[in-house]
Design a protein around this ligand. Structure first.
Ligand SMILES: NC(=O)c1ccc[n+]([C@@H]2O[C@H](COP(=O)([O-])OP(=O)(O)OC[C@H]3O[C@@H](n4cnc5c(N)ncnc54)[C@H](OP(=O)(O)O)[C@@H]3O)[C@@H](O)[C@H]2O)c1
Length: 269
């Protein structure tokens, strides 16, 4: 078995996932197995071409195309990974779309934003547990979404089909992720850490040099954001961690046991 680190970036073709994949490739000098999951092959090819050329012949840099808004596609992708890999050391999840639109159901009946930001990510973690458990130093899972305090869970309206609002959805995504991570941290001691981060501000889609002079107090370069989040991932303490937009550990008031036990599993399955 190759001792090179194995890292999977779901949502690694753009934004923070891409910046973290770039930072990871730089830090390992390309000597790693790096897998990018997303839809945009051209962007993935461009990213992979930018990685340092590895010196270890076991290094692999590859792209797996998958529309992960459908959970059936996620299962297909994890089946490929389970077949091909012996372990996963780092799993970074950042797939998503801007949350400005209302409810929009996929053919599987889930809201597309909830599917991308929560359900698909949980399916990746859940399906890939056999590989995460095999990491020698303990796998690290990092989801970039919206860390923060928990809000009450509507147990009879988990998919928010009733009274759907954007505010309710973002609060629910934060809470679902926290509670499910708490549950997993408790049940899976072989996984080193489960980390929920808040995406740092930067102006990825507008040329950086245009906005920086005006918004420098708010923005950082994509490269800096990638390094901030990668540092947080690499240095993460054991268990469940919550990070602020600057990659600093935040205090987190855990959900109570009853919520973790009753909702952690429901949300996860
Ligand atoms: N807390 C906050 O205030 C805050 C603010 C902004 C963003 N966020 C969240 O932080 C996360 C990362 O943000 P970002 O700026 O890095 O996002 P981004 O630049 O828009 O990147 C999103 C990634 O998701 C992938 N993706 C989108 N739809 C997909 C699909 N159907 N199937 C597979 N992959 C898909 C994209 O890949 P392809 O195009 O290749 O499919 C891309 O790699 C997102 O979840 C976003 O919602 C949080």
């Amino acid at each position: 078995m190759s001792s090179l680190p194995v890292a999977v970036f779901v949502g690694g073709t753009s934004g923070i996932g891409r910046a973290m994949a770039e930072a990871f490739a730089r830090r390992t000098n390309g000597d790693a197995h790096i897998i990018i999951v997303g839809r945009n092959k051209a962007s993935a090819d461009d990213l992979i071409a930018s990685f340092p050329k590895p010196t270890d012949s076991n290094a692999i840099h590859e792209f797996i195309a998958s529309d992960v808004s459908l959970i059936s596609n996620v299962h297909n992708t994890t089946a490929v990974l389970l077949q091909r890999l012996e372990r996963i050391d780092y799993l970074v999840l950042s797939s998503g779309v801007l949350i400005f639109a209302g409810r929009n159901e996929t053919s599987e009946g889930l809201d597309d934003k909830m599917a991308l930001s929560y359900y698909s990510r949980w399916t990746f973690i859940h399906d890939l547990l056999p590989l995460l458990r095999q990491s020698v130093q303990g796998a690290r899972v990092y989801t970039v979404l919206a860390s923060g305090p928990n809000t009450p869970i509507e147990k009879d309206n988990l998919d928010l089909k009733k009274n759907h609002t954007l505010g309710k959805m973002t609060a629910a995504l934060t809470t679902y992720t926290n509670v499910a991570f708490q549950k997993l941290a408790k049940d899976e001691p072989r996984i080193h850490s489960l980390n929920h981060a808040f995406r740092a501000s930067w102006y990825w889609k507008i040329p950086y040099y245009i906005v920086y002079p005006v918004f420098s107090f708010l923005s950082i370069t994509p490269e800096a954001a990638g390094n901030i989040h990668l540092d947080a991932l690499m240095d993460s303490p054991a268990g469940f961690n919550s990070y602020d937009p600057k990659g600093k550990l935040m205090s987190y008031t855990p959900a109570d046991e009853e919520t973790v036990e009753s909702c952690g599993i429901i949300l996860w399955n």
